[in-house]
Design a protein around this ligand. Structure first.
Ligand code: ATP
Ligand code: TZP
Ligand code: MG
Ligand code: MG
Length: 261
């Protein structure tokens, strides 16, 4: 399984991510076995990215000033054959965010877009959202398929059930816990974990994306079942511990995945 390769190769994951989740994201990637670096300076991004396994662009704290870094990161990643994962945080909440995401997707090769249902829906049709929260009534499978076909990239839509579109197929996943919505960065860290699972793969496989989301959600289920795991503070720490100790047997035994049409 890919998790063993990650632990052996310790791929460098360059994260341009939001101010809220930087520390949690770095610790989550380290716990998994990858090597995180949070970099934003335009002058040095290419030097970092040419040795990277993947680049994460999470727009959670986007400003006019941070846009050149995100564009430079995408440009350098495309030049060096490094996959880019985009997390379009709250892109359906403001025109500024949506316009930036659509421009990035049009101008650069993005390997995976990971977001909640309201975020991914907003990239392909008119919709609104309040803050970073998703509309829980949306059909994640239909949104993943439509977005994948329209934007020509792999898509990971998360929620109570997750839907993944890649290589022309869609799968629905049913692991996870609502505790991930009680801590900030539950989705943002998944974007980083997905980046690690697709290192060196500009065209990621459906299998690797399914393993990434399953691994993360199964680690979260274990975190919830540990002491005080239904309290957000303990859950957050437990999740880091379980990202470190979940293995391929846990994934094989517990993953809940079905192909959908
Ligand atoms: P938001 O910004 O609304 O918090 P997000 O970007 O954080 O969204 P989520 O959709 O919350 O992303 O997904 C983060 C992780 O939590 C995913 O792994 C997803 O499978 C899991 N998850 C979210 N809600 C549930 C739920 N009700 N039950 C089980 N797992 C969930
Ligand atoms: N505000 C801007 S980004 C961010 C907040 C609270 C973190 C959102 O994290 P997630 O993983 O989407 O819940
Ligand atoms: Mg969440
Ligand atoms: Mg999010």
């Amino acid at each position: 399984m890919k998790i063993n390769q990650i632990r052996q190769d310790q791929p460098l994951i360059i994260c341009l991510t939001n101010d809220v989740v930087k520390n949690f994201t770095a610790n989550g990637l380290l716990a998994l076995g990858a090597s995180p670096a949070m970099a934003t300076e335009v002058e040095e991004l290419e030097d970092f990215i040419k040795h990277a396994g993947a680049v994460l662009i999470n727009i959670g704290s986007i400003t006019k000033e941070s846009i050149p870094s995100m564009e430079k990161a995408a440009e350098a990643a495309n030049k060096w054959g490094v996959p880019v994962v985009l997390d379009p945080v709250a892109c359906s909440a403001t025109a500024f965010r949506k316009n930036f995401c659509l421009k990035l997707i049009e101008q650069y090769k993005i390997s995976v877009i990971r977001g909640n249902a309201s975020e991914i829906k907003g990239l392909i049709e008119e919709t609104t959202m309040k803050g970073t929260d998703s509309d829980l009534s949306l059909d994640t499978v239909a949104i993943a398929k439509a977005a994948g076909e329209q934007l020509k990239t792999a898509i990971v839509v998360t929620g109570e059930h997750d839907a993944i579109y890649a290589q022309g197929k869609t799968k629905q996943l049913s692991n996870g816990t609502a505790m991930l919505t009680k801590v900030t960065g539950g989705g943002c860290l998944l974007g980083a974990i997905v980046s690690a699972f697709i290192y060196n793969e500009v065209e990621p496989t459906l299998d690797d994306l399914v393993e990434a989301v399953s691994y993360y959600n199964i680690a979260a289920e274990k975190a919830e079942s540990l002491d005080n795991g239904t309290l957000p503070g303990h859950f957050q720490i437990n999740l880091l511990d379980m990202l470190n100790s979940t293995d391929e047997n846990d994934v094989a035994k517990n993953m809940r995945v079905e192909e959908v049409r």
